[in-house]
Design a protein. Structure first.
Lengths: 138, 391
C-alpha cells in the first residue's frame, strides 16, 4: 500500500489537539493527504461505536488525539476516553483489526509541529506492515 | 406491481383483526407508554394509513415479544407484521433510535464483509475440548463481543461460552467451534435491515454447510430461532438440527447423565441440604417463539434448585424490556424495573435466564443509584449454573 493511499481518521479534541492542527495550518506545515480530522469537543464524547464506524466506513486506521493526562478541559474526559479506547481496541481485535491501526495519544495546546510528527509517525508505522483486513471496496 | 403494504397485511393476517384490543391490554410497552397501541397500529395500516406508521417512532417501539400473539383471538402475527413494516420503513430512510452508540449494529454490519478474519476464539483455552470434525457445532454468537462491551455492568460473556463447552465435554460431546462464525443477523433483521441480514446468513450458511456437522447447539435463544426459522424463510436451510443448549440437555438421556454426574460431585443435591431457590426469566425467542418452557426448568430442578415462578411466567412472561439493541429508554427501564420487582417478590435467591441479552438488560437496569437495593438481585446464566454444578 502506498503511503498516500492510507486513510486515517483523526479524532481531535477541540482544545489541545485541534488547536495544534490549526497551528499546523497557520504555520503552513504539511501532513499526509490521507489524514481526515474529525473534531469533537472532548475525546470523552467518543464511544466504541464511533470508532468502529470509522473502520466500517473505510478508514485504514484511527488515531485519537486529546489532552495530556490531568489537563482535560472537562476534568474527566480523557480518563473516559481511555476506557472507551480500551473497549474499542478489544472489539477491533475481535474483528481482526490489527492493534497498530488504532492509537490513543495526546498533544500540548497549539503545537503544530507535534501534530504533524504524530500523524506522520502513525502513518509510517502502518506502512511497515500489511494493514487492512478490509477489502478496498469498503 | 403488488402493493407491499397489502402483502404485509395479508401475509400476517392483519385483515383478521377484530379490534378487540387484547393485544394492547397485554402489551408490556403499552402498559408503560399510552402512546403505543398495537391495535391502533394494525387499524391504521389496514385503513390505508400505513405511511403515518412507517414515518412514526412507534414503528420501532414493539419489543416483538409475542405476548400479544399469545392472546390474539384472530391469530394476527403482530411481531412479523411489525418486522415487515420496519423493512418498508427502512426503505424510505427511517430507522429506530440506536442504543450503545450503534456499536453493536456497526460490528454486525462489519461482519457482513466476506474478507473479515476475526479473532473470536481467544476464550477457548485450558482443558476445553473442541474438534473441527465434530457432528455438533457449538454456535457461540456475539458473546465475545458483548463480553467487551458489558464488562462494566458485570456481564461475563465468554464465561457462558466456556460453560457451554464444559457442559458438552462433561457429557462426552466434543463440539466444533467456528473461527469464522459471524453474527446470525437476528437484530438487524428485526430492525428491518434485511439486506445485511441476508449477507450474514449467506456467509454463515456456507460456513455451516462446510462443517459437515448434523446439528447446531446455541447458547443464545435468538441465534437458535434465527438459524432454525429465519434462515430457511429468507435465505436457505442449514440442513442441520438447531437446538438451544437447554433443549439439548433436557433430552432424557442427557438429563439422566447430568443427574448421574451431579451425584458424583462433592455437593450432590439432597433433601437435607438447603436447596437454593431461583426464579426463571423465559427469553421471548426460547419461550413464545420456540415453545421451550420446560427444558430450562428441568435443568434447574436437576441441579437441586427450587423454582419459584414470577407472577408472569411461561407464555405470559414479560420481556426484559429491549430488543434488537434499539429504542431503549424510559419505557424499557420501567418494564425492567417492574420485572425485577416481580422477581424479587418471589423471594427467590436469584434470577436465572437462558439469554445473554436478558442478563445484560437486567444488570443494566439494576445499576441505578436511586432505586438501588429495591430492585437488586443476583442474575445468573442457566448454562453457567449447570457447568459450575458439574465441577
Amino acid at each position: 500500500m502506498e503511503k498516500t493511499e492510507t486513510r486515517v481518521i483523526v479524532f481531535t479534541c477541540n482544545w489541545n489537539a485541534y488547536s495544534s492542527l490549526e497551528a499546523a495550518g497557520v504555520e503552513g506545515l504539511s501532513y499526509p493527504a490521507g489524514v481526515y480530522a474529525v473534531k469533537v469537543m472532548c475525546l470523552g464524547r467518543l464511544h466504541p461505536g464511533l470508532i468502529l464506524k470509522a473502520f466500517e466506513q473505510g478508514a485504514d486506521s484511527v488515531l485519537l488525539l486529546g489532552c495530556p493526562p490531568g489537563e482535560c478541559h472537562y476534568g474527566f474526559g480523557n480518563r473516559h476516553a481511555e476506557e472507551v479506547f480500551a473497549e474499542a481496541r478489544a472489539l477491533a481485535h475481535l474483528l481482526g483489526i490489527a492493534e497498530e491501526r488504532l492509537r490513543l495519544d495526546w498533544l500540548d495546546v497549539g503545537d503544530g509541529h507535534a501534530f504533524v510528527e504524530k500523524v506522520t509517525a502513525f502513518i509510517e508505522q502502518l506502512c511497515s506492515f500489511q494493514p487492512s483486513t478490509l477489502p478496498p471496496s469498503h | 406491481m403488488p402493493d407491499p403494504i397489502k402483502q404485509t397485511i395479508t401475509r400476517h393476517r392483519a385483515y383478521y383483526c377484530l379490534e378487540c384490543g387484547k393485544c394492547t391490554a397485554t402489551c408490556p410497552v403499552a402498559r408503560q407508554d399510552s402512546g403505543f397501541s398495537p391495535r391502533r397500529i394494525v387499524e391504521e395500516v389496514v385503513a390505508g394509513r400505513a405511511h403515518a406508521v412507517l414515518e412514526s417512532p412507534l414503528a420501532w417501539a414493539c419489543l416483538t415479544c409475542r405476548r400479544c400473539s399469545e392472546i390474539c383471538p384472530s391469530d394476527v402475527h403482530y411481531s412479523e407484521f411489525t418486522r415487515e413494516l420496519r423493512i418498508l420503513a427502512r426503505e424510505i430512510g427511517h430507522q429506530g433510535a440506536c442504543t450503545h452508540g450503534d456499536t453493536i449494529h456497526t460490528w454486525m454490519r462489519m461482519m457482513a464483509d466476506p474478507a473479515l478474519k476475526q479473532n473470536r476464539l481467544d476464550w477457548l483455552m485450558g482443558d476445553l475440548q473442541v474438534s473441527p470434525t465434530s457432528d455438533t457445532v457449538y454456535w457461540v454468537g456475539c458473546l465475545p463481543y458483548y463480553d467487551v462491551l458489558f464488562r462494566r455492568q458485570g456481564f461475563q460473556g465468554v464465561d457462558i461460552a466456556r460453560a457451554a463447552v464444559r457442559v458438552l465435554n462433561a457429557l462426552d460431546i466434543v463440539p466444533a467451534v467456528l473461527a469464522d462464525e459471524r453474527c446470525c443477523g437476528h437484530d438487524l433483521l428485526w430492525q428491518g435491515d434485511v439486506n445485511t441480514f441476508r449477507h450474514l446468513a449467506e456467509l454463515n450458511l456456507e460456513l455451516l454447510r462446510s462443517t459437515g456437522a448434523r446439528r447446531i447447539v446455541t447458547s443464545c435463544p435468538e441465534c437458535a430461532y434465527t438459524l432454525k426459522v429465519d434462515y430457511p424463510a429468507f435465505v436457505g436451510n442449514t440442513g442441520m438440527e438447531v437446538l438451544h443448549i437447554a433443549e439439548l440437555l433436557s433430552a432424557s438421556d442427557l438429563l439422566s447423565a447430568i443427574r448421574h454426574l451431579l451425584s458424583a460431585t462433592r455437593h450432590p443435591p439432597s433433601a437435607t441440604h438447603h436447596s437454593p431457590s431461583a426464579t426463571y426469566q423465559d427469553p421471548c425467542r426460547l419461550g413464545r417463539y420456540m415453545h421451550v418452557y420446560d427444558a430450562p426448568r428441568q435443568l434447574l430442578r436437576a441441579l437441586g434448585i427450587e423454582i419459584v415462578e414470577m407472577a408472569h411466567a411461561g407464555k405470559t412472561s414479560t420481556c426484559c424490556g429491549t430488543s434488537g439493541w434499539t429504542n431503549c429508554g424510559a419505557t424499557s427501564k420501567a418494564i425492567q424495573v417492574e420485572r425485577l420487582r416481580e422477581a424479587r417478590a418471589t423471594g427467590a435467591e436469584m434470577l436465572v435466564t437462558a439469554c445473554a441479552k436478558c442478563q445484560i438488560h437486567f444488570l443494566c437496569a439494576m445499576d441505578d443509584p436511586r432505586l438501588g437495593a429495591e430492585i437488586e438481585m443476583p442474575v445468573r446464566d442457566l448454562i453457567t449454573l449447570v457447568a459450575n454444578a458439574l465441577e
